[in-house]
Design a binder for this molecule. Structure first.
Ligand code: NAP
Length: 349
């Protein structure tokens, strides 16, 4: 068994359970270790669940340093995430989910619902986009009914503050947003232009860099971007859009010749995500576009992402995420935890 982790006296102690302990879950553990004492609360991790690397619980707090090496022998071993959440019920303030959710949002969706069903309920925080895209309204209503928060800062743009920024602008209405949301396609198109290489060579590079998945179809065919657009539409406009129904261009057939022709016209190719609210209805698209170099998104190179909001009060507000890492994503989840436990003072979205 790992050593119990005592909380620092006089600082509130927040007990969390981590579901998913891969790239993001482990980055979160490293961040908690590195930033120990930097927040207005202490965090005690009472449970960690994985798919095939074990699931452990210690209500006194797991030793994260040791858990980063192996989960074996670090606490009471349980068969799966559902059993872990049942075990920590009554001893867990928030469930942080960072597992690989399928296109139907499962099993992440069930885990988030289980967090609200606990007695007392826990806050539910996710890094996964599919459950938010598909069930935002249901999860939000469930959270409200149970007096808890459902937060998902890391599901879009890797945890760079978008939703928390908008919560800080009470009364401001977003009318339209436009952005580049998929890192893989942006890296591939940038690399084709800069390195004069084919699309598939650029995809191979993105895979080597750990940006593209082994099967890059969801990125190349606009599905990842459409799902992120659906998350944003649901959270910002309150309009649940089925990602499968968002018109989405694939970049599979982009040739090097096309990239050079576009450059010769003084333009660059970008996969542009757009959503506009008109009379309670939202128009969404993920389109491969030629942008002139003076366009704010044109110079966004590599694995970066950016989003510009047009509002009824201020001029356009742009948020950029430059070559994000899993630390950005982990920080987004920690920021959500802060909002869940201490509030953001603004209520809203
Ligand atoms: N990586 C990023 O930079 C990034 C950025 C933004 C958002 N996200 C999102 O964050 C989530 C996690 O990404 P990741 O890169 O950390 O994925 P990952 O490295 O593949 O890790 C996934 C984790 O989930 C666990 N898992 C799978 N099925 C499970 C189950 N049924 N019960 C409990 N745990 C289960 C896996 O365990 P096993 O390994 O044992 O199967 C693993 O620990 C994804 O939804 C992703 O889209 C990731």
């Amino acid at each position: 068994m790992g050593d119990a982790v005592p909380c620092v006296p006089c600082v509130p102690c927040v007990r969390i359970a981590l579901v998913g302990f891969g790239n993001v879950g482990q980055a979160l553990a490293r961040l908690l270790l590195a930033k120990h004492g930097s927040f207005q609360f202490e965090v005690k991790v009472v449970g960690i669940a994985t798919g095939s690397h074990g699931t452990v619980v210690n209500l006194e707090g797991l030793d994260l340093e040791r858990c980063l090496t192996t989960l074996e022998g670090q606490g009471t071993s349980l068969p799966d995430a559902e059993a872990m959440l049942r075990h920590v019920e009554g001893h867990c303030d928030a469930v942080l989910e960072a597992m690989n959710a399928a296109a139907d949002g499962q099993p992440a969706l069930s885990i988030l619902e289980q967090a609200f069903m606990m007695e007392p309920p826990a806050h539910a925080i996710t890094a996964s986009k599919a459950p938010v895209a598909l069930a935002y309204q249901r999860l939000k209503a469930f959270a409200l009914k149970r007096g808890r928060r459902f937060l998902f800062e890391s599901s879009v743009m890797d945890g760079v503050p978008i939703f928390s920024l908008l919560r800080q602008l009470p009364g401001v209405k977003v009318k339209r947003f436009v952005g580049v949301l998929n890192s893989t396609t942006n890296l591939v198109l940038t690399r084709m232009r800069r390195e004069n290489c084919s699309l598939w060579d650029a995809v191979a590079f993105a895979q080597q860099e750990g940006i593209a998945e082994r099967d890059p179809s969801d990125d190349l065919d606009g599905k990842d971007a459409a799902t992120k657009l659906a998350v944003l539409s649901a959270a910002i406009f309150g309009c649940q859009v089925n990602p499968a129904e968002i018109p989405a261009d694939s970049i599979r057939n982009v040739t090097l010749e096309q990239v050079h022709d576009v450059a010769a016209r003084g333009h660059t190719l970008k996969v542009v995500c757009e959503a506009t609210l008109a009379e309670g209805h939202v128009e969404t698209s993920v389109l491969l576009k030629e942008l002139p170099w003076q366009h704010p998104l044109a110079n966004l190179d590599g694995a970066s992402a950016a989003l510009t909001f047009e509002t009824d009060v201020m001029g356009p507000i742009t948020v950029t995420s430059t070559d994000p890492t899993t630390m950005d994503t982990a920080y987004g989840m920690l920021q959500d935890l802060q909002v869940a436990m201490l509030g953001d003072g603004c209520g809203g979205r």
